[in-house]
Design a protein around this ligand. Structure first.
Ligand code: DGT
Ligand code: CA
Ligand code: ZN
Length: 581
C-alpha cells in the first residue's frame, strides 16, 4: 500500500468520524495525518518497517498502530467497521455543493434522511428549510444539486478514470496469453467525464484472462463473470487522495475480430451508426466482429476506414460532428499533439496559492521539455488565494528577472491571473498591468450574475488592451457546478475582434472551454491557448487533458498559441505590449 492510498483512507476516516458525530478534534487528527503522509518524501512502507511512523508530525501511538496495520495487512478493521455502519446515502449527500458532514448529520438525526430520495422528498415538502442552520436558500441549493447529480449519474472525471484504467492495463499486461489489449469507449475518445471503463483484449483462451480480471487488486465487487465478458466495480485514489469507484468491463475476442470490436466498443454510438451506414452503402455489413462482404484484408482498425475510402478518424473525433464526411473528403484536421507545445502560461506559485516556488515550477517545466513557463499568480482581491498587491507584484518580477538572468534557452514570463471584478474592470491599475509580459483575466466571484451582466462583464475585460487571454471561460466544475450563464458565442466574437486569446483550461476538474466550442472558436478566428492552471509541479501534467479537449475540438497546431517557440512567443507578447500603449 503506498502513501497516497494510506492518506486517502485516513482522510476518509476523518469524514466518516464526523458523519458519526465524533469529536471534531479526533476526526481532524486523521485528516491532518493523511495530509502529512501524502506529502512525505519517503516511502511509508519503509517507515513502518523501521517503526518510525510516529516521528511524522501529528502522528501519535494510536495512529501509528492503525497505519502499521493498514500498511502491513492492506486492511484496517476500524475503517472497515466505520464504512459498514455508514449508510451509502450519507456519502452521496456529501457530493452536493455546500454539504459537509455536519449538515448530513443534522439531516439524518433530525429528519431521518439517509438517502438522496428522502432528501429530495423533504426538500419538496419544505421541511429542510425549517431546520436550524439550513433555510430556504440552502434548500434551493440542495434541490439544484440533486438535479445536477441526477443528470450526471455516477460519472467520474477523465483523470480519475484514466488513472484507474492505466492501472488495470498494467496489471492485465502481466497475464500470459494476451495478443492485443486496448482501452475503448469514452476513455479512448478522451471524453471529459466517464461512466465506465471499456477494455478489449484478443486471446485464444479467454478463461484465464477473465479470472485474472475479476481478481485484480482494488476490485470491490464482481458484477458479472462470463466466458468472454466480465464486469467489476473497482476503486482507486486520485491525485487529490479522493477515493473513486467506477465500473470496468473487459471483453475478450479472437485476434481476427479485434479491429472490429475495437472500433465498435470505442464508439461513440452515433459514430458507429454513421460508419455502419457507410458500410451498407458499399454493400457490406459492419458489426463488432466483421466487415462482411469486404474482400480487403483487415488486420488493424485503420484498415476498416481505408476499406470504406475514409481517412483514419482519431478516436477523439468520433462524436458524429461531421468527421465521416470530412474523412471521405480527406479533409480531417491534422490534430494537435502534446509534443507540439513549448510552454504554458497560467500557473501559480507560493507567491499566491500554489504549492511550489518559482524555481521549482521552472525546474518542473524544463523537465517536461518546455522552453518557457508563464507565472500567473492571483491578483489582490482574491485574498483567500493570497492574491498579490502591486508591491508584491514588483517583488515577484524582480525575482523573475534575476532568475531569467541565469537562464539559457529557457525563460519565465511575467504574467498575472487578474480578477475580472463584478463590473468588468480589472483588479490592478493600468500601470501594474503594463508591467507584465502578458495578462490572463479570469472571473472568480459573482458567478450568479444574470446572462447579460456576466457576458458584458467578460467582454469588457476581453476588450481591455492589456488582457492577453481569457482564463477559464465558463467557470464550470465538472460534475459539481454548472458554467456561469455567459453567452459564449458573444464572448468568442468579442475575443476574435479584440485579438484576445481564449484559454482551454486543462485542469481536469474544469476543462473549459468545452471541446464542443473549440471548432466554433476556430471558425470565428479566435486564437486558443492551453493552460494547466497548475498549483503544484505535478499539475503541469494536466496539460495533456487540455490537448485532449483541443483534439476533440478538431484543433491543429496553428490554432494554439503555445505551440510557438520561445522566440516567437517573446516577440508576439512584446508586440502586443507595445501596441497596447
Ligand atoms: P460512457 O457513458 O462514458 O461509458 O461512454 P461510452 O462511449 O464508453 O459508452 P458505453 O460504455 O455505454 O459503450 C461503449 C461503446 O460501445 C460505445 O461508445 C459504443 C458502443 N455501443 C454501446 N451501445 C451501443 C449501441 O446500442 N449501438 C452501437 N452502435 N454502439 C453501441
Ligand atoms: Ca464506457
Ligand atoms: Zn488560476
Amino acid at each position: 500500500m503506498d502513501k497516497s492510498e494510506v492518506a486517502a483512507v485516513l482522510e476518509e476516516i476523518a469524514v466518516l468520524l464526523e458523519l458519526h458525530g465524533e469529536n471534531p478534534f479526533r476526526a481532524n487528527s486523521y485528516a491532518r495525518a493523511g495530509r502529512a503522509i501524502a506529502q512525505l518524501e519517503t516511502n511509508i512502507e519503509d517507515l513502518v518497517k523501521a517503526g518510525t511512523v510516529d516521528q511524522i508530525p501529528g502522528i501519535g501511538e494510536t495512529l501509528r498502530d492503525k497505519i502499521t496495520t493498514l500498511v502491513t495487512t492492506g486492511k484496517l478493521p476500524f475503517y472497515e467497521d466505520l464504512k459498514a455502519k455508514t449508510p451509502p446515502g450519507w456519502l452521496q449527500m456529501l457530493r452536493l455543493p455546500g454539504m459537509g458532514p455536519k449538515k448530513v448529520k443534522a439531516l439524518s438525526d433530525q429528519l431521518g434522511i439517509d438517502t438522496l430520495e428522502k432528501l429530495k422528498e423533504a426538500c419538496d415538502k419544505g421541511t429542510v428549510a425549517k431546520l436550524k442552520g439550513f433555510g430556504a436558500k440552502t434548500q434551493t441549493n440542495i434541490l439544484e444539486g440533486l438535479a445536477f447529480l441526477d443528470q450526471m449519474g455516477n460519472r467520474v472525471r477523465l483523470d480519475q478514470a484514466m488513472m484507474i484504467a492505466e492501472g488495470i492495463v498494467a496489471e492485465l499486461k502481466k497475464v500470459p496469453g494476451i495478443h492485443r489489449l486496448e482501452l475503448c469507449g469514452s476513455v479512448r475518445r478522451r471524453k471529459e467525464t466517464i461512466k465506465d471503463i471499456d477494455i478489449l483484449v484478443s486471446a485464444d483462451d479467454a478463461a484465464p484472462i477473465m479470472d485474472a480480471f475479476v481478481k485484480l487488486p482494488n476490485v470491490q465487487r464482481v458484477v458479472g463473470h462470463g466466458p468472454t465478458k466480465s464486469s467489476v466495480t473497482i476503486a482507486g485514489i486520485d491525485h487529490h487522495t479522493q477515493r473513486v469507484l467506477i465500473n470496468a468491463d473487459l471483453r475478450v475476442v479472437s485476434d481476427a475480430q479485434f479491429p472490429f470490436a475495437l472500433n465498435y466498443f470505442t464508439g461513440s454510438k452515433e459514430h458507429n451508426i454513421r460508419l455502419r451506414q457507410r458500410a451498407i452503402d458499399y454493400g457490406y455489413k459492419l458489426n463488432e466482429y466483421d466487415l462482411a462482404g469486404c474482400k480487403k484484408k483487415i488486420k488493424e482498425e485503420p484498415d476498416i476506414y481505408e476499406a470504406l475510402d475514409l481517412e483514419y478518424v482519431s478516436p477523439e473525433l468520433r462524436e458524429d460532428t461531421g468527421e465521416i464526411d470530412a474523412a471521405a473528403k480527406k479533409a480531417l484536421p491534422e490534430l494537435l499533439e502534446l509534443g507540439d507545445l513549448h510552454g504554458v502560461f497560467h500557473n501559480h506559485t507560493t507567491w499566491s496559492d500554489g504549492a511550489a516556488s518559482l524555481e521549482q515550477m521552472a525546474d518542473a517545466a524544463r523537465a517536461l521539455g518546455y522552453d518557457y513557463l508563464g507565472i500567473a499568480d492571483h491578483s489582490q482581491s482574491l485574498t483567500v488565494a493570497n492574491g498579490l498587491t502591486p508591491k508584491r507584484v514588483r517583488d515577484q518580477q524582480k525575482e523573475i528577472d534575476a532568475f531569467n538572468a541565469k537562464q539559457k534557452n529557457f525563460r519565465l514570463f511575467k504574467g498575472t491571473e487578474v480578477d475580472i471584478l463584478a463590473d468588468g474592470s480589472l483588479d490592478f491599475d493600468d500601470e501594474t498591468l503594463a508591467s507584465f509580459d502578458y495578462v490572463v483575466a479570469s472571473v472568480h466571484s459573482f458567478f450568479n450574475q444574470p446572462q447579460e451582466e456576466i457576458t458584458a462583464r467578460i467582454i469588457k475585460a476581453i476588450n481591455h488592451p492589456r488582457v492577453t487571454m481569457l482564463g477559464h471561460a465558463t467557470g464550470r466544475l465538472l460534475l459539481r457546478r454548472d458554467a456561469y450563464k455567459v453567452d459564449l458565442d458573444a464572448v468568442m466574437h468579442a475575443a476574435a475582434k479584440a485579438g484576445t486569446m481564449i484559454e482551454i483550461n486543462a485542469n481536469p476538474y474544469r476543462l473549459d472551454l468545452d471541446w464542443i466550442h473549440c471548432k466554433r472558436a476556430k471558425a470565428l478566428g479566435v486564437q486558443l491557448v492551453i493552460n494547466p492552471d497548475a498549483h503544484a509541479t505535478e499539475e503541469l501534467a494536466f496539460t495533456r487533458f487540455g490537448v485532449d479537449v483541443a483534439r476533440r475540438g478538431w484543433l491543429e497546431k496553428g490554432d494554439v498559441f503555445n505551440t510557438k517557440t520561445l522566440a516567437q512567443v517573446a516577440k508576439e507578447l512584446e508586440k502586443r505590449r507595445t501596441q497596447a500603449v
